[in-house]
Design a binder for this molecule. Sequence first.
Ligand code: PLP
Length: 352
Amino acid sequence: MSAASRAVTPGHQFASDNTAGVCPEALAALIEANADFAPSYGNDLHTAAVADRLREIFETRCEVFFVFNGTAANSLAVSTCCMPYHSVVCSDAAHLETDECGGPEFFSGGAKILLAPSRNGKLDPAAVEELATRRTDIHFPKPRLLSLTLPTELGGVYSLDELEALGRLAERLRLRVHMDGARFANAVAALGASPAEIVRRGRVDVLCLGGTKIGLPVGEAVVFFDCDLAQEFAYRCKQAGQLASKMRFLTAPWLGILRDGAWLRHAAHANAMARRLSAGLADIPGVKLLHPTEANAVFAALPPAVHQRLVARGWQYYTFIGQGAARFMCCWATTAEDVAALLRDAASAEND
Ligand SMILES: *Cc1c(COP(=O)(O)O)cnc(C)c1O
């Protein structure tokens, strides 16, 4: 980012990966798309090109839709998979449950969310099976969907084998698979596997592919690998107020980050910054890492003096786990200097 765009809180933004601006590749594509008139509601060349590019990336025929945010993507994807009398199995840390204001339940007309215990946000197949088979009678909403988050809300990344195990389990239990991939790019970078392999191993039917947190101005893609599920999805988007009339401004930035791999370069950079931050924090006496740093999130319990010093110096991060526990998110715009400066301030607190 330019110095000017950072003037308000220079280098102090670890609160979320949606606090950074738009990455240069997305911005350039946005400006290109602004050059002329274009058909509205997604009937433009940019939108068609992104959908084609995603079919290349996922190496399969898939149906692609674009919405404004992740809550809509998840809620509408869930509503497509579930009748009102169905249930969704997800982790107790899932955004679907904790941060969508009941959107999935609302848009599905009543589907119930069943929470499985998780470690680092990851589901354990045995717990999923227990939950999905505990009740089979007509008095309980029928389990229909398994929802996985990759990377998880706690910065965990399922291995390909773990994805395979959950995918196979879902198949055996006749559950469809939804993946909340708000930070999917970070998982691709972390796993070093192709996007196609990741969704294939997890038997993913529908992926909510995040754009905002990886550097777009706004927007997420809903990618259906089971094309039957995509039927009439456009109507759901429209009814939910999620059909952009100037669609090209949602989609052109996607083209900017997808066409030459910028999405994965930025994600790998964010992950590397998180690893650096994690290693540095672990070296500070009294700091305890709470979850392994597998993608672009760092969770740490900070001694009060460290926390107070960082806050006093204007560093921004979430502290929702409890007093002194912190979440730091890295993104495409995080610099090694930002990380070093934060670590310096954290370490200097020892001498307060
Ligand atoms: C950020 C995020 C979303 C999307 O949130 P919106 O604010 O609705 O765009 C979805 N899932 C996860 C795991 C997220 O971190």
